[in-house]
Structure formats: structure tokens, C-alpha cells
Design a protein around this ligand. Structure first.
Ligand SMILES: NC(=O)C1=CN([C@@H]2O[C@H](COP(=O)(O)OP(=O)(O)OC[C@H]3O[C@@H](n4cnc5c(N)ncnc54)[C@H](O)[C@@H]3O)[C@@H](O)[C@H]2O)C=CC1
Ligand SMILES: N[C@@H](CC=O)C(=O)O
Length: 811
């Protein structure tokens, strides 16, 4: 014999009643079934509303009750049930109406009347449904749960399990194939109707399963089992195949609403397996709750959360070393029926904090103030402090016990995402790690932990992109091409949430704009506003967020602090921040460290070449950079190579500009400023404190060519100086040398200038836009470490930026 419980959603209309009948039919011939039904979906709430309206002397209750009645009659008619059911139903509604009229006249609700009205929904649904099953040819007997399930009053309503189990013996003597019981309702010592608590139909089913010694309890609902997290908050949540009773209890206690927590006690005591199934997808596996569940791939079984929690703190120096404070504190909360959801105490004994429901806040303050009135007056204890708008999150899993590193992993992923944990507790059995966070962060918290622990799912990477020109456009194209690969191979889902250029910006509503960012920016954008861009990114508060700076703008580099304060990582190919004042460079790095996020700028030097990462790796492993010689301007190398091949200097400059090797303002390259910035960045990363003024700097071209405003001015001025450049050609031929614009650093001295190199020099033969970076270190002393390859161009730069994004988000 097994018990099947169908919740309100499963029996909310005639269509669903037919589905339920199909489910019962599956095992009809094989085993006896005890079926428990809830009231039709939403009916209990409606009945409660009717009582409240009546007690407020609001005649609207009559209308509301009439609508509830109509719903029942609609089902009766649609199922073609016999007249006696209509009669029985009508009679029940007359009784309810009478009770409500009494409430209306007296303006008072007694517990007895309230129970009678609210429990009517189950009496009605069981009457209708049992008739329907019989009509379908099933041998169904309707039992009244009140005749069997007995409660006793204490502080609340408790099950009298001894009496209940004794009463249930009688059921065994009745001939049936389906026994139908209304859920939720029971009776007290004097036979009056009592209720088993909201969600109590689950409990009814569990009590029956235990009392009738059934083999299994099936809870049929509208979801396919208990999920690894609330699917409304975590889109990647999956049904959990199996879990233990203890895990189910922890998860349901902390908010997973699939099962009413007391339900698990009778079945646990009698070792009866519970299966949670979906009425609307009956072939799906659902979740099995059992004493020895098989291990899942993840050590964490599930996550749950409850909102509207307050952190209530009692503190004071007078509490230290004095016994009895805790006992008085908790007794006072208990006496006022204030439910404590989480407890923590500082080891100094100076403070104790508890999590309570928002609704209990006022009462808790009043009760604790009055309990400690004298101590507060004497300044031994402070006024109770309450923090609002918090939520509790529980990470649950039996396998977490005695496995080191789980809480470390949980808290480090939260730290990386900028979540401030207000209080925490771990059950002594290590079954749960529970903590309080601002409600604003709950969705992010559940998602990041879910992504980190449930390996079958992927990680969403939320990208905010500033600058969609030459390089930015290429990066977006690469990301679009690699989208499927990264999703499948690395479990990374790239989502572009917003883009801006200097004129327009577009924020995605809920969509991923990776595919059609151009069109969105063209057709649906708003006027660019950097502050607004950063503000909205902060408000979105999405996990694994990265701000990507692909501009050459100083104003964009100035928002980095703000971005990092929002716990968003930065990937930049814009060199301005890393080459700004040394203190600012340090401040940005410190902000990233403080907020546990990344500031990465590999593409600042050598575009996609692994230059900065190589320097970092040498330093981290104990090497020391003693000298740097580099040709790190892709455009200048390209220009000189074209010049050597016979092009005029200005022609070569125009080609570099057209091919996207120069900065948006080419004067930055030709003045040597771009190379200077790169040398600053390299030497800083190598551990030296260098400012712009410390670098000896000779521009590559005459200063008079750099006075113009626009690129056209520059071209005009270069043309005017053609003789100057042609003179280089003569010198190069005469001396058998080449000119290279070289950055060098040695003995604390930095220099960027145009130098002559002979054919045996490593910088003599450089192809196209290649960069060469030669690092002399403690370990690479005789032969320097050389990094060489294309150092400019949209493709290689975009690939460097993309690499940083993947490195950050793969952590
Ligand atoms: N082109 C190359 O080979 C390399 C370029 N880089 C860096 O890449 C960056 C971009 O270069 P390109 O794409 O070639 O330039 P670009 O001129 O084609 O694109 C720059 C983009 O930034 C946007 N922008 C400018 N100011 C802005 C602001 N205040 N707010 C929002 N957006 C703004 C522009 O509207 C444009 O979309 C530069 O910092 C450059 O140093 C780095 C390595 C190599
Ligand atoms: N303009 C730069 C591009 C990369 O930083 C260069 O020419 O190297």
C-alpha cells in the first residue's frame, strides 16, 4: 500500500482532476492506494479572506464565497458528477455561509470557527474527487481524516500519534482499492476540527503512511522534484535525484517550499521513502527522499533561502563572563513566540545575534528591552540593534561533513562577487552552512554558489563593454564566433549586457546582445552617459561581471575605482590607467584586491603577446627583471619597415592608420607617448616605481609635426617635413643601419627614443607590425628572454582582451 498526496495545483480544475485520476489508474490493479487531497488551488486562501472580511463587517465576503462555490460547481458539472454530490456540496457551502454570518454579526473569529471554515476546502475537494474516482470505476472509499488523526493542545497543536495510529487500525479492515482522505484537517480532544498547519496536507499524507505502514509516500505537485535551488532565482537549477531525510528537512526549513517540514518526521521514524513527483510531467523521475541516497556529482545537495529576515543583536561589555544572559535572551524570545532562525555569538561573549522574521521585529525589540531594562539603564547592555532587509541562505549536503574546504570555497566565491556576509552559522553535523546576506544580493549569491558547486551547469559571464570601434568590434565578433565552443568546452556563457561608445549606449533588457549589438546600438540606443552606464551596471548586481575598456579615453579610465567598488572586474586595453600617476596605478590595483576582483591589462603591451603575464610569472617565482629593451610600437615598426621598403614616411603613416595599427589619435604613436606608456607599464609590473617624468623621451618626429589637432593636420605636417625623413634614408644607406624607436630600462633609468641599430642587432630585422620585448633577468642573464610577434592590429589585440576575460571568469 502506498500513499499519494495531490496538492492544490494538482486538483485545481476538472482537467487536472482527470490527470490525477490517470496517475492513480497506473497502479490501480497492482496495489492499494491511499490518496490525500488538498483543497482546490487557492481555495484555502480565499476562505481565510472570507473570514477576515466577515470579521471586518465587510459584506464582500458573500461575493467571494459565491465565487468559491461557483468554482466547485463548475468542476462538478464538467466531471458530470451525480446530483447527490451537488447536494452535499451545496450543504457544505450553507454551513460555511452560516459560520461566516456568525463572524459578521459578532465581529469576532473564534479558533474553532476559523478552523471549520478554513478546513472546508479539503472536505469539499475530497467529496468531489472520491465521487469522480468511483464514477471512473475505481473502488474508492472516502474517509474523514478527523475520525482518525487526533491532535492535542500544548504550545500549539501537536499530533497525538499514539491515538492516531490506533484509530488507523480500523482502516485496514475496510475493503477498498483507493482510500481517499482530505488533507490538512484533524480533530482535537473534544472532537472539534483542528488544522495541521498551512501545507498540512503533506503532513496528513505522512501521518497516514506511517500509521498504515505503507511502503512509500508520493507527494504530487507542480514541479519535478526538489531542485538544487529555487528555479525562479537560478535558471540552471536541476531536480535532485535523491537526498536524505535530513537534507530534505534542512532545505525545506530554509525555504524550499516543495515539502512542508513536519511531513518528514513520521516517514523518517518509520523509514518510509518519499518521492516528489510532478502531476503535469508524471514520467519525470522527481526526487527520492530516502535514508541512504546515492551520492550526486556535487558534494552540495541543494541551496535554499528565506527573505524578510532581521539580524537582531544584543551586545554590551556587561555580558562578558556573566552566565545567564543567553538563557534570559532566548527565554524572552521564546516566551513571546519569536522564532529564531539562526544564532551566532562572538567568542568575546560581547554580543549575541539571532536571525528573526521581519514580522517579529517590533515585538522582539520591546520584549528584549523590557527583559534587560536594568542592564540597559546601567550601560551594561546596549539598546538592541536590528538590521533589516536581510536573507538567509543555506548550503545543504550530507557529504559536506568532514570534507575540508567547502565553506572556504563558498565564502571565497561570495567574496569574489562582493557579497558582504552579515552573520553565519554551521550546523554541528556539518549538514548545512548558513549565512545572512543583504536581500539585494540573494539572487547573485544563489547563482554563484550554484555555478561553483553544480558542475553540470555553466557559468554566466556578464560583460559591459565600453568602446566598440576597431578593436571592440573585433572582440565582439570573436566572442560571437566562440560562444558555442566556450559554452560546451569551458562551461562559460558570454552574455553582453551593455555596450557604449562615445555617442550612444544600449542596455539589454534581459537578452544577450552578443548577436545583434550593432543593430541595438544603431536603432534602440540612448545617448551615452558613462556615469549612468556604471550606475546601472552596479544596480544590476550580476555575478561574474566584467567591465571591458576598449577605448583610449581618459574619462573611461577614471571610472575604474567606481567599477571595482561595485565588485566588477576590469579588462582594459586602454593604457591610460596603468600608465597614470604611480599612486593611481597602485590605488586601482589595491581596489581590485580589496574587492576580490581582477584588473587585467595584458593587451596594454604587445597586444595579444604574453608580455605582462610573463613578467608577473617571473616575479612571482622569484626572478628579478634587471633590464628591458623593446620595440613595442606595432605602428612605428610597421611605418619604418614600409619606409625601408621604399614608401615615403607619410605614405607609411597613412597605411598604418588605415590598417588600424595606430591609436585613435595617431600623434600618440608618433610622439612616442604610446611607447612611453608601455615602458612605464612594463617597468611597474617588473616592480619599479616610475613616473612619466622619470622617462627620458625624444619624440620620433619633429615636435612641429605634433602641433595640429586632427589626423589630417598631422598628415599635412608630415608631408611638409618629407625632406627630414628622406634624410634618414640617406643616413641609413651610408651607415648600413636602421632606425628603430626603442624603449629601454636598465639601472633604474628609462628611455624612449629613435636609435640606430646595426644588422647584428635583434631589432634590425623586424617583420611588419611585430613587437620584440627583450627581458634581462637574474635567471635570463646571458641570453635575455625574448617575446616576439604581431604587436598591433584589431585581431591580435582583441585576442589579448578575450584571453583576459576568459582567465578571469574561468577562476
Ligand atoms: N589598434 C591596436 O592595434 C591596439 C589598440 N589598443 C588599444 O585599444 C583601444 C581602442 O583602439 P581602437 O579600437 O583602435 O580605437 P577606435 O577609435 O576604433 O575605437 C575606440 C572606441 O572607444 C569609444 N570611446 C571613446 N571615448 C569613449 C568614452 N568616453 N565612452 C565610451 N566610449 C568611448 C569610441 O566611440 C570607439 O567606439 C585604445 O586604447 C588602444 O590603445 C591596444 C593594443 C593594440
Ligand atoms: N598603437 C599601438 C597599438 C597597440 O598598443 C601600436 O602601434 O603599437
Amino acid at each position: 500500500m502506498k500513499v499519494l498526496k495531490f496538492g492544490g495545483s494538482s486538483v485545481s480544475n476538472s482537467e487536472n482532476c482527470k490527470r490525477v485520476q490517470e496517475i492513480i489508474k497506473r497502479d490501480y490493479a497492482n496495489c492499494k492506494q491511499v490518496v490525500v487531497v488538498s483543497a482546490f488551488g487557492g481555495v484555502t486562501d480565499e476562505l481565510e479572506r472570507c473570514i477576515n472580511l466577515a470579521s471586518d463587517r465587510n459584506k464582500e465576503y458573500e461575493n467571494s464565497l459565491f465565487k468559491v462555490k461557483e468554482r466547485h460547481f463548475q468542476v462538478i458539472n464538467e466531471l458530470n458528477l451525480p446530483a447527490e454530490i451537488e447536494f452535499g456540496t451545496s450543504k457544505k457551502f450553507d454551513e460555511i455561509a452560516e459560520l461566516l454570518q456568525g463572524v459578521y454579526l459578532l465581529e469576532e473569529i473564534s479558533q474553532k470557527v476559523k478552523n471549520s471554515v478554513m478546513g472546508s476546502g479539503e472536505i469539499l475537494s475530497s467529496l468531489i474527487f472520491s465521487a469522480y474516482l468511483n464514477q471512473c470505476g475505481m473502488n474508492t472509499v472516502l474517509f474523514d481524516s478527523r475520525d482518525f488523526i487526533k491532535t492535542q493542545n500544548g504550545k500549539g497543536v501537536f499530533l497525538n500519534s499514539e491515538q492516531t495510529n490506533k484509530n488507523l487500525e480500523a482502516v485496514k479492515n475496510v475493503e477498498f482499492q483507493v482510500a481517499l482522505f482530505p488533507g490538512f484537517i484533524a480533530s482535537g480532544q473534544k472532537g472539534e476540527m483542528t488544522l495541521l498547519g498551512r501545507g498540512g496536507s503533506d503532513y496528513t499524507a505522512s501521518i497516514l503512511a506511517a500509521g498504515l505502514k505503507c511502503s512509500e509516500l508520493e507527494i504530487w505537485t507542480d514541479v519535478s522534484g526538489m531542485f538544487t535551488a529555487d528555479p525562479r532565482l537560478v535558471s540552471q537549477a536541476q531536480p535532485i535525484e535523491q537526498m536524505s531525510f535530513q537534507e530534505a528537512m534542512e532545505l525545506s526549513h530554509f525555504g524550499a517550499k516543495v515539502i512542508y517540514p513536519p511531513t518528514l518526521i513520521p516517514v523518517l521514524q518509520n523509514k518510509i521513502n518519499v518521492r516528489i513527483k510532478n502531476t503535469f510531467a508524471p514520467d519525470e523521475k522527481g526526487t527520492l527522499i530516502t535514508s541512504a541516497p546515492k551520492s550526486e556529482r556535487s558534494i552540495v545537495r541543494g541551496l535554499s533561502s528565506i527573505n524578510n529576515i532581521n539580524l537582531f543583536t544584543l551586545s554590551g561589555s556587561g555580558m562578558v563572563g556573566i552566565s545567564g544572559f543567553a538563557s534570559r535572551f532566548f527565554t524572552c524570545l521564546a516566551q513571546n513566540k519569536i522564532n529564531v532562525v539562526l544564532i551566532t555569538q562572538a567568542s568575546s561573549e560581547q554580543s549575541m545575534s539571532v536571525g528573526i522574521n521581519e514580522g517579529d521585529r517590533a515585538l522582539a525589540i520591546e520584549a528584549v528591552r523590557s527583559e534587560f531594562e536594568m542592564e540597559i539603564r546601567m550601560n551594561l547592555v546596549n539598546e538592541p540593534a536590528v538590521e533589516q532587509d536581510l536573507s538567509i541562505v543555506a548550503v545543504v549536503g550530507e557529504d559536506m561533513g568532514y570534507t575540508p574546504g567547502i565553506s572556504g570555497k563558498v565564502f571565497s566565491v561570495l567574496g569574489r562577487n562582493g557579497v558582504n556576509i552579515r552573520a553565519m552559522a554551521q550546523g554541528g553535523n556539518e549538514l548545512n552552512i548558513t549565512f545572512m546576506v543583504p536581500t539585494f544580493d540573494v539572487k547573485k549569491v544563489l547563482n554563484v554558489i550554484h555555478e561553483d558547486f553544480f558542475i553540470s551547469t555553466h557559468k554566466k559571464v556578464n560583460l559591459y563593454i565600453a568602446g566598440v570601434g576597431n578593436v571592440g568590434g573585433k572582440l565582439l565578433e570573436f566572442m560571437k564566433n566562440q560562444y558555442d565552443y566556450l559554452l560546451e568546452e569551458k562551461g562559460l556563457q558570454l552574455i553582453v549586457r551593455a555596450v557604449t561608445n562615445s555617442r550612444k549606449m544600449y542596455f539589454a533588457k534581459d537578452e544577450n546582445m552578443l548577436q545583434d549589438w550593432k543593430q541595438k546600438l544603431e536603432e534602440e540606443s540612448e545617448v551615452a552617459n558613462l556615469q549612468e552606464f556604471v550606475k546601472r551596471m552596479d544596480q544590476a548586481n550580476l555575478r561574474n561581471s566584467v567591465f571591458v575598456d576598449i577605448t583610449a579615453s581618459e574619462s573611461v579610465s577614471k571610472v575604474y575605482q567606481q567599477v571595482l567598488n561595485s565588485t566588477v572586474s576590469i579588462v582594459a586595453c586602454n593604457k591610460i590607467a596603468a600608465s597614470s600617476e604611480f599612486d593611481n596605478y597602485l590605488r586601482i590595483k589595491a581596489a581590485a584586491k580589496k574587492h576580490n576582483v581582477e584588473f587585467m591589462f595584458e593587451s596594454n603591451v604587445g597586444a595579444g603577446l604574453p608580455v605582462i603575464s610573463t613578467i608577473n610569472s617571473l616575479i612571482h617565482t622569484g626572478d628579478k627583471i634587471v633590464g628591458i629593451d623593446a620595440v613595442v610600437s606595432g605602428s612605428l615598426n610597421f611605418i619604418m619597415n614600409e619606409f625601408n621598403n621604399g614608401k615615403s614616411f607619410v605614405e607609411a603613416v597613412k597605411m598604418a592608420m588605415e590598417q588600424g595599427f595606430t591609436e585613435p589619435d595617431p600623434k600618440i604613436d608618433l610622439s612616442g607617448m604610446d611607447v612611453l606608456r608601455k615602458l612605464l607599464i612594463l617597468s611597474r609590473e617588473a616592480g619599479y616605481k616610475l613616473e612619466v617624468k622619470d622617462v627620458e623621451h625624444e619624440p620620433m618626429i619633429p615636435l612641429s609635426c605634433l602641433n595640429g589637432e586632427t589626423a589630417a593636420d598631422l598628415i599635412r605636417d608630415l608631408e611638409a617635413h618629407n625632406d627630414h625623413f628622406e634624410a634618414w634614408r640617406t643616413v641609413m644607406a651610408e651607415k648600413n643601419i636602421r632606425y628603430r624607436y626603442i624603449a629601454s630600462f636598465a639601472d633604474g633609468k628609462a628611455n624612449v627614443s629613435l636609435k640606430e641599430v646595426t644588422p647584428d642587432h635583434p631589432f634590425y630585422d623586424i617583420h611588419g607590425k611585430d613587437n620584440v620585448i627583450s627581458l634581462k633577468t637574474k635567471w635570463y642573464n646571458d641570453q635575455p628572454l625574448i617575446i616576439k610577434g604581431a604587436g598591433a592590429g584589431a585581431e591580435v589585440t582583441a585576442s589579448g582582451i578575450f584571453g583576459d576575460i576568459i582567465r578571469i571568469t574561468s577562476n
